[in-house]
Unconditional design. Structure first.
Length: 659
């Protein structure tokens, strides 16, 4: 919710008093570690201290130094909330995860109380900003107050608060149902035909020798891409597409009904209008026109690609084309088959080129080259033995800038996607350095090229946080509009695709096989293949989200209607909305933002085209975009970096496979 973003850095895109002592060889702020009782204690103490600070702020007359006071309050609250939020997603101890959830609920209540406080509203309203950063902070705070209902009549204000609290409770339930889903799928050794040896190695097997696979990405995606037999692919696909369970359909429906009611309290016809007025697009009409343009651009290509895959399946199975149907569990397998045969690209074989630790080294090397920093790894106490920690240091001065953690591998009870989590947001006025965590679920042995892009993408979010140099903590890092937040990370994916930066891989792994000029050309051609299917799917996700945010209705029935109208149709027995956590969380009425951000991301690449490793362009990008967080308007930052208005030409070339 916007009202929370303006005083805390956004959660997973999203240091504490009385934290337990732990070895700290860095001498810099680290993530506090708590057991379940510790979470409860720090939460109770944090809430009490924040309530006192809010009361003290409200007792003061006139605007005074309200922006500085708000900055201190935001830091005080962030120091409790962000570590607890991270532990809720990564702690191996279920008791810790369970203890974190009521704490997050209490902070939701506190955030609503804060932004419904009439005395603080009056102080912020009366404040005269002394500089542009204060002016932007005042604007953000005023929007937070408005969105929380400070100006609503008492009954509506109370109802808004109840809705915010219930939405947080439902969000937690939705995520918990996915994170703790116990589903396992069994396959006989014969059903694993086509899976590479590296995949099979170390996979769990039962007493009868069957493979037992969970719903984690490193298990699921390679299986869909490589499993030779259709029936096992179908079974795994249906299991994955029911992740979160039927209970999440009811949760999601209730979430959107409550959002609609919230919009109604403000006299607005839909949650889409309520949410989008705070984003770059400003109105649902702009989103709908954009999505219509995307659909027009990709529809013919999607139809052609689906037909190509159907022909491929017909040849593979020696069945008459007229009798051959391509299913959704077939697309990854046959698309990979086409890529191997047409472009000589085998994603599984690429794992030899990108060992996971060396892929991390490569990502760090590119970042160091562009942004004038160095990364120093230190062994520190963390929430799991797999976790690594790095200091970020200014390469010229040796000055400590920030720090980050890497938690890369899957385990039971862990957040099962990929995301960057802010732990501490920057504030130059408070002398505060940032801290973040990158959480993924990668193969330990090596990454395929898609996963290398994911690593670069998510580390782009980390850089946005740890290189932030904002004055005020509420504007730190990824505290930007939801339809811009993905742009820096989407742009960083390009360094996984281009020959010049990829040559650095030899420096971090001399013994790794190296991609040749021809290899990279084939890899890029293979990546472009399937863009119609890929972006038509993105359109479908965004259209589904906008439909729910405009007119709440039972999610599965709506999804079935929309998906049935696509060339691949709807697969009976699946329930994709059960695991669509993006729209249960911060991307509600905002999933279009992935593509909207990509318009800006691909255009912002323009200054790098002559030299992808140019430190001068990197420094300018750091100064105008990454370091600025949300203390300037997003479009103003983009225009300043480009020296012109942005263009969508590169995006539409990308989604049609022509870039």
């Amino acid at each position: 919710m916007r009202r929370l973003v303006v005083f805390l850095a956004a959660a997973a895109t999203m240091s504490c008093a009385a934290a337990p002592a732990a070895p700290n060889p860095t001498g810099h702020p680290l993530m506090p570690l708590y057991d379940a009782a510790g979470v409860e204690r720090v939460c109770a103490d944090g809430i009490a201290r924040a309530q006192k600070a809010i009361a003290d702020m409200g007792a003061r007359r006139g605007p005074g130094a309200i922006f500085g006071e708000w900055n201190r309050l935001a830091i005080q609250m962030e120091d409790v909330l962000n570590p607890v939020y991270l532990l809720a997603n990564v702690s191996p101890d279920k008791a810790v995860r369970d203890a974190a959830e009521p704490c997050l609920q209490k902070f939701t209540t506190l955030g609503t109380d804060l932004f419904q406080d009439e005395k603080l509203f009056a102080r912020v309203s009366a404040a005269a900003p002394a500089n542009p950063h204060q002016a932007k902070l005042k604007k953000d705070l005023m929007e937070g107050f408005e969105d929380s209902g400070v100006a609503l009549p008492p009954e509506k204000r109370a109802r808004a608060k109840a809705i915010f609290e219930k939405l947080e409770e439902l969000r937690q339930a939705f995520d918990r149902n996915i994170r703790d889903d116990p589903t396992r799928v069994k396959f006989t050794p014969e059903e694993m035909e086509g899976l590479p040896e590296g995949y099979l190695k170390g996979r769990k097997r039962d007493a009868d020798g069957n493979y037992v696979l969970g719903l984690d990405y490193p298990s699921y995606f390679p299986f869909l891409q490589n499993a030779r037999r259709e029936e096992p692919r179908r079974r795994y696909y249906i299991a994955k597409l029911n992740e979160g369970g039927a209970q999440n359909l009811d949760v999601l429906h209730e979430i959107f009904k409550l959002r609609q009611e919230l919009a109604g309290l403000y006299g607005m016809p839909s949650y889409a209008q309520y949410a989008l007025r705070r984003r770059m697009v400003e109105t649902p009409e702009v989103v709908n026109r954009f999505l219509a343009d995307v659909k027009t651009a990709v529809t013919a290509l999607e139809i052609r690609e689906v037909e190509e895959l159907r022909v491929e399946k017909s040849k593979d199975l020696a069945t008459p084309l007229a009798d051959t149907k391509i299913h959704r569990w077939d697309t990854s397998y046959y698309a990979e088959k086409v890529r191997r045969e047409r472009f000589s690209v085998d994603q599984e074989k690429l794992r030899r080129y990108f060992p996971t630790d060396k892929a991390v080294d490569y990502t760090l090397r590119v970042s160091q080259t562009l942004y004038g920093v160095k990364f120093k790894e230190s062994k520190v106490a963390a929430w799991h033995d797999d976790v690594r920690y790095f200091d970020v240091i200014d390469a010229k001065t040796g000055r400590f800038i920030s720090g980050f953690y890497l938690d890369l591998f899957p385990r039971e009870g862990k957040f099962n996607h990929a995301a960057a989590f802010p732990i501490r947001g920057a504030s130059r006025l408070a002398g505060r350095t940032p801290l973040a965590a990158l959480v993924t679920n990668f193969n330990r042995e090596g990454l395929n090229h898609d996963e290398l892009e994911t690593l670069m993408h998510e580390f782009g979010h980390v850089l946005h946080g740890v290189l932030s140099r904002v004055d005020y903590n509420p504007q730190a890092g990824t505290s930007v509009k939801g339809d811009f937040v993905e742009a820096p990370s989407q742009m960083f994916e390009e360094w996984a695709r281009r020959e010049q930066p990829l040559a650095l891989f030899k420096a971090v792994c001399p013994d790794c096989p190296q991609l040749t000029h021809e290899d990279i050309g084939r890899l890029e051609a293979a990546r472009r293949y399937g863009q119609g299917i890929r972006y038509a799917r993105q359109w479908l996700y965004a259209a589904f989200d906008m439909a729910l945010a405009t007119d709440p209705q039972p999610p599965l029935a709506l999804w079935k209607k929309l998906e049935s109208a696509t060339p691949l149709g709807f697969e009976e027995g699946t329930s994709f909305p059960s695991s669509f956590s993006h729209i249960a969380n911060q991307y509600a009425a905002g999933y279009y933002g992935y593509m909207w951000s990509e318009v800006l991301a691909l255009d912002m690449l323009t200054p790098f085209k002559a030299n992808m490793l140019d430190p001068k362009v990197g420094a300018r990008y750091l100064d105008t975009i990454l370091s600025q967080g949300g203390q300037q308007e997003e479009m103003a930052m983009v225009r300043k970096f480009l020296g012109r208005n942005p263009s969508s030409d590169a995006f539409f070339a990308e989604i049609t496979g022509k870039r």
